[in-house]
Design a binder for this molecule. Structure first.
Ligand code: NOJ
Length: 536
């Protein structure tokens, strides 16, 4: 059985948040040239694949998650020819490429949307979106009570071609991101064609943005009228499964083992299961894991629940471009994670110790795992970005109540000595968000070859993980190692021990220490540390 698993079953996939990864052309924004130049770094890190956040033509109202042309690259990032060259270059060094697909909404600058506004009420063009008359005497109130995920109403009113205030359109995110109507056959056909466009160019899979939101209850009921625990009328609707079955047929018709990974924040995790039955999505992120506090009992319960309900189809994920970096979360008193940062002041040294342990835990678990760019450098959340530089639409849409997600999107530090820490070439414009001075010692060049660094810990862990047999066998066996200690064995003799208790603990019997996230004192594992052992 074991050798029949597809590559993505146990892959480690690195998220490239493109505009903050590396700037090749010197304009202060990350791009394809910068990414291509850093492919050797990613190969040497030891990951299997890259997930690249949206690279399409976009006005960047939401960092590229507002797509105006799904078949071309935004000039800020490069050209289609550069994307094709990048895919080839990545493949040449053994890295697969997953791209972001954004099917729930497009940009208000997409030709379909501008045509819909121009065509007026009742037109076929408007049928591709959710246009509705308003409520109130003169249609001055939104059609229902749905709120945008970014704050404020999920509806915006348009001015009709005759100059009057007219219908409203639905946008579950920013007003620049109109929701597409997936009951419309043209929308379905268009996305099937987009899938093929990129599959034909050799990409190895898609990360599906808000994969659970595409289909809406066409009655568009007010949420206030529904029981609090009812399924929201825009999420997890039955009609989604037919869409993903069709997509799976398409992706399966291509050679190689290509991948769909769904972004779905559904709770509890078992709600992902109907999408992961083998004929729809291959995997969906395990966001429960990301949200779990640094607590042995909660982590063990969450791991057990995930494996029991989804098996290895929900990859382990600690951070991404939408949440507070886990190093910072783990340095707070409330270590649980999520969408909006909590203002508590973090203890970054504590957070770093825990983040080092957490990656050993994640990489020892069955299935695949995601690494978010910069976590391998031990980067923290930047929580003091000057407000006039904040770019996340969440800040405006919440009336400046929530700073948003820019703090985890600050451009990476590559070198210690250059301006912008080598984010761009010599003489480049400053990075689009300012980097903290303290990141100098976290630059990749400063950590390279330093055995104590976070970067070398990631490299060593990924190297060991890559060498070990048994990754395709999903079994794991918990061992009793005392309160606050997680210990489990994996096929091939790997034993992972994580100490979240109040004191250093004895290591279980073993032949050899393969790797530890902190120095072992007298053969004992310090608090907030993890070790990989060869079983005795
Ligand atoms: C999820 C993406 O990860 C996030 O960055 C984006 O703002 C929303 N979807 C809307 O596309």
């Amino acid at each position: 059985m074991a050798d029949q698993q597809p590559w993505h079953h146990s892959a480690v996939i690195y998220e490239v948040y493109l505009r903050s990864f590396a700037d090749g052309n010197g304009d202060g924004v990350g791009d394809l040239a910068g990414l291509q130049a850093r492919l050797p770094y990613l190969r040497d890190l030891g990951v299997d694949a890259l997930w690249i956040t949206p690279w399409y033509v976009s006005p960047m109202a939401d960092g590229g998650y507002d797509v105006a042309d799904y078949r071309d690259i935004d000039p800020l990032f490069g050209t289609l020819a550069e994307a094709e060259a990048l895919i080839a270059a990545a493949h040449a060094v053994g890295l697969k490429i997953i791209i972001d697909l954004v099917p729930n909404h497009c940009s208000d600058q997409h030709p379909w949307f501008t045509a819909a506004v121009a065509a007026g009420p009742g037109s076929a063009e408007r049928g591709r979106f959710w246009f509705r008359p308003g409520r109130g005497e003169a249609g001055e109130l939104p059609p229902n009570d749905w709120q945008s995920m970014f704050g404020g109403p999920a509806w915006t009113r348009v001015t009709e071609p005759d100059g009057r205030e007219g219908d409203w359109y639905l946008h579950l995110y920013a007003r620049e991101q109109p929701d597409l109507n997936w009951d419309n056959q043209e929308v379905r056909a268009e996305f099937e064609s987009i899938l093929r466009f990129w599959l034909d160019r050799g990409i190895d899979g898609f990360r599906i943005d808000v994969a659970d939101f595409l289909v809406k209850d066409p009655a568009l009921p007010d949420v206030a009228d529904l029981p609090a625990d009812a399924r929201k009328p825009w999420e997890d609707q039955d009609g989604l499964h037919a869409i993903y079955r069709r997509w799976r047929e398409i992706i399966d018709s291509y050679p190689g083992e290509r991948l769909f990974v769904g972004e779905m924040w559904l709770k509890p995790l078992i709600r992902l299961r109907p999408y992961l039955t083998g004929d729809q999505l291959h995997t969906a992120f395990n966001f429960d894991y990301l949200g779990t506090a640094w607590d042995a009992g909660q982590l063990r319960a969450g791991i057990d629940l995930a494996l029991a309900s989804i098996g290895a189809a929900a990859p382990w994920v600690l951070s991404n471009h939408d949440v507070t970096r886990h190093l910072t979360r783990y340095g707070r008193s409330d270590t649980s994670g999520g969408w909006h940062p909590d203002p508590g002041r973090p203890d970054l040294a504590l957070g770093t110790r825990r983040a080092r342990a957490a990656i050993l835990l994640s990489l020892a678990l069955p299935g695949s795992a995601y690494v978010y760019q910069g976590e391998e450098l031990g980067l923290w959340e930047v929580e003091d970005i000057p407000v006039d530089l904040i770019a996340d639409p969440v800040y405006e849409r919440t009336g400046h109540l929530v700073r948003g997600r820019d703090g985890c999107r600050v451009p990476l530090p590559w070198d210690t000595d250059t301006a912008g820490f080598g984010f761009g070439p010599d003489g480049a414009a400053p990075p689009w968000l300012p980097q903290p001075a303290g990141w100098r010692q976290l630059a990749a060049s400063a950590q390279d070859g330093d055995g104590e660094s976070v970067l070398e810990l990631y490299r060593a862990a990924l190297r060991l993980r890559g060498l070990r047999a048994g990754l395709d066998d999903d079994s794991m066996t918990w061992q009793d190692a005392g309160d606050g200690v997680l210990a489990f064995g994996r096929p091939g003799g790997l034993l992972c021990v994580v100490n979240i208790s109040a004191a250093a603990v004895e290591l279980p019997p073993h032949d050899a220490v393969l790797l530890s996230s902190a120095a072992l004192a007298d053969g004992r594992l310090p608090v907030d540390a993890a070790a990989w052992l060869q079983r005795g």
